[in-house]
Structures are given as structure tokens and as C-alpha cells.
Write a protein that binds this ligand. Structure first.
Ligand code: NAD
Length: 339
């Protein structure tokens, strides 16, 4: 089986590449990534010499490049993680989100149509459902919840999902979609909440928290997300959407305080900053379909997962310090510059 994983130099894609390369030595895993600011090949160091792993630099929205790659590699499966993924950046530059998240997806889908594919899997987000009120803890997102996006990021992801479903309906393409809640874990870019708080707290720097910190996120350890996608590409039904979440709702403030406690740092580091425009209040996923149909169950609770994650950041300071000081961007040149 030959799998192209797009966005495999990013946070979740990188963890997924590790998972697949190690679990399936007889599969060929091709990591296709443009290496934007969010792509970091240092994440792939532990697998880069494995015979079943290959890295290709390229843009999923570059039609000629993608068609040439499909012609050459004839992949069986595509797992599309590649995206502009940061909500704040989508507020300042929405168009780059349309280009990568929407047009990149349709380019991949067109290449799948042209060359044939056993499975196209789209990695999506619970943000396509919009948000839930804080005072209705009984409400959860199911796969039937209507799309109701808040940010340019979530709008671009919802558009991509609709194209994926339409290629199933119109062309009979074997597609699946997973919609996951907020991920955390190793190799998370330090602009995102959990690694930002860990790295800044370790340096005794102020910790910015939006608004009053009451927004609720449903956290899932990235290893549990990777396991879910592995199951869906092998056993998920074509044309179906699967929600992925571990029932780990926490306010942002609770998350920050948990990290401060674990690192033995004072809460006086917290600094409340003005809220993000259109900030979603609460996300909460109902993962019943994935659990009952495919037998998925998360391995981590939030408490065990955050402990593992904090320890990983303590043990891998080089990885995130290279990002903060920009050194990670030289890694491609050093590794692949003369090829
Ligand atoms: P990330 O920003 O860490 O990684 C994205 C990767 O895509 C980077 O390596 C980047 O270089 C690459 N990329 C960007 N534009 C590209 C292009 N045009 N062509 C090829 N590669 C390109 O993102 P992430 O947090 O790992 O998220 C991965 C996917 O999972 C995204 O599709 C995101 O929408 C989805 N998702 C993320 C979360 C989360 O909590 N992080 C939750 C649910 C869903």
C-alpha cells in the first residue's frame, strides 16, 4: 500500500507519519509538504532514515506538480492534513486559506479522479459546526449537526468538506472525512495554546489568555487522533463522516492553570488579553459513531495526556527552541538542499 500523507511536516500530520511508518513497515509512506512556517522537518528526524518513508516538497494547490506526482507514484491512499490551520492568521489573511484549504483539496481530488484511488481521506475539524452555548452542557456536535462556521479558517475547512462529499456523490469517489476536536501532544507548533503556555511558563514569561479564559475546548491527544484516522482509512465506510473526540472539555483557563501547577509556576504569569473577534465559545464532540462502528477508544484522558505532553516538551527543548529562534527553517536546506 502506498499512502501520500499531505502536511506530514506539521503537527498532526507529523505524528501520523510516525504512527504509520512504525506500525506498517510494508507500506510506503510519502510525506508531501510545502514547508510553510508551520512545516518542520525536524519532526520527522526519528523516521527519516526508514526505508518505507520518503519526503517530497510541494504545494497541494499546484496542479501540475500534483498530477506529475500522482503519475509517478500511483498512490493507493491520500490522507490530506495539509492546511493553513491557525484561526488568528485566517483573520488577517483569509485568501491563503482559500487557496490551500479549498483549492488544494480540489486539486488533490481531481488528481484522484484522474489516476484512481482506493481511499481519499480528508482531515477536518469540529470547527465546521460553529460553537455551542456555554450554558448547555447537554449539547454535542454529531455528524448531522449543520455546518455553521465562525472564522475564515473554519469556512475554508467546511468548503473543502463539501467538495469531498460532492466528489463521492458525483463521481463515486471512495472518500471519508474525520472531524476532530482540538489536538495536543508532541511536536505541536509553539504558537498554539498548550505548547505556547508550556514554553512561555518555562521561561517565566507572561501567558496571554483570550478574554476571561472561559471558552471551552474539547481536547484530544494527537496519538488518539492518529489511531482514529488509521482505523477510518482501513475500515471506515465510503462517503461517511466520523467525529473524533475524547469528552475532555476544559476551559482555556483550566488548561493554563493545569500546566502552571504541573510546572510549579505562579498563576500571576497569566495576562488576560482582548478576545479574538468571533471567538467560538464551546466545542464538544459526540464520537459515538466512531466508537460503535469502528471500536475506537481514546487511550489518554486529559490528565494523563497533558502529563505526557509536558514531559515531552521538557525532554525535547531543542525541537521547540529551534522553532522559536527560527533555526528549524534551515533544516530542509541542510537535509535536502543538494538533492
Ligand atoms: P499544522 O499547521 O501544524 O500543519 C500543516 C502542514 O501543512 C504544515 O506542515 C504546512 O507546511 C503544510 N502545508 C500548508 N500549506 C500547504 C500546501 N499548500 N501544500 C502542502 N503542504 C502545505 O496543522 P495541524 O494542526 O497539524 O493540522 C493538520 C490538519 O488537521 C489540518 O487540516 C487542520 O485543519 C486539521 N485539524 C487540526 C486540529 C488541531 O487541533 N490542530 C484539530 C482538528 C483538525
Amino acid at each position: 500500500m502506498k499512502i501520500i500523507v499531505t502536511g506530514g511536516a506539521g503537527f498532526i500530520g507529523g505524528n501520523f507519519v510516525h504512527h504509520m511508518v512504525n506500525k506498517y513497515p510494508d507500506y510506503e509512506i510519502i510525506n508531501l509538504d510545502l514547508l510553510t512556517y508551520a512545516g518542520n522537518l525536524e519532526t520527522l528526524k526519528p523516521v527519516e532514515d526508514k526505508p518505507n518513508y520518503k519526503f517530497v516538497k510541494g504545494d497541494i494547490a499546484d496542479r501540475k506538480f500534483i498530477f506529475d506526482l500522482f503519475e509517478k507514484e500511483k498512490p493507493d491512499v491520500i490522507v490530506n492534513f495539509a492546511a493553513e490551520s491557525h484561526v488568528d492568521r485566517s483573520i488577517t489573511d483569509p485568501e491563503s486559506f482559500v487557496r490551500t484549504n479549498v483549492m488544494g483539496t480540489t486539486t488533490l481530488l481531481d488528481a484522484c479522479r484522474e489516476y484512481g484511488i482506493k481511499r481519499y481521506h480528508q482531515v477536518s475539524t469540529d470547527e465546521v459546526y460553529g460553537d455551542l452555548p456555554l450554558d448547555r452542557p447537554d449539547l454535542f456536535f454529531t455528524e448531522e449537526t449543520p455546518l455553521h462556521t465562525s472564522s475564515p479558517y473554519s469556512s475554508s475547512k467546511a468548503s473543502a468538506d463539501l467538495f469531498v462529499l460532492s466528489y463521492h456523490r458525483t463521481f463515486g469517489m471512495p472518500v471519508t472525512i474525520s472531524r476532530c476536536s482540538n489536538n495536543y501532544g508532541p511536536y505541536h507548533f509553539p504558537e498554539k495554546l498548550i505548547p505556547l503556555i508550556i514554553s512561555r511558563a518555562l521561561a517565566d514569561e507572561e501567558l496571554p489568555v483570550y478574554g476571561t479564559g472561559e471558552n471551552v475546548r474539547d481536547w484530544l491527544h494527537v496519538a488518539d487522533h492518529c489511531e482514529a484516522i488509521d482505523l477510518i482509512i482501513h475500515e471506515g465506510r465510503e462517503g461517511e463522516i466520523y467525529n473524533v473526540g475524547g469528552h475532555n472539555e476544559r476551559t482555556n483557563l483550566e488548561v493554563v492553570k493545569t500546566i502552571l501547577k504541573a510546572l510549579n509556576k505562579p498563576e500571576s504569569l497569566i495576562k488576560y488579553v482582548s478576545d479574538r473577534p468571533g471567538h467560538d465559545r464551546r466545542y464538544a464532540i459526540d464520537p459515538k459513531k466512531l466508537e460503535t462502528e469502528l471500536g475506537w477508544k481514546p487511550k489518554y484522558t486529559f490528565d494523563t495526556g497533558i502529563e505526557q505532553t509536558i514531559q515531552w516538551y521538557l525532554d525535547n527543548e531543542d525541537w521547540w527552541k529551534h522553532i522559536i529562534n527560527g533555526e528549524y527553517q534551515n533544516y530542509f536546506e541542510n537535509m535536502y538542499g543538494d538533492r
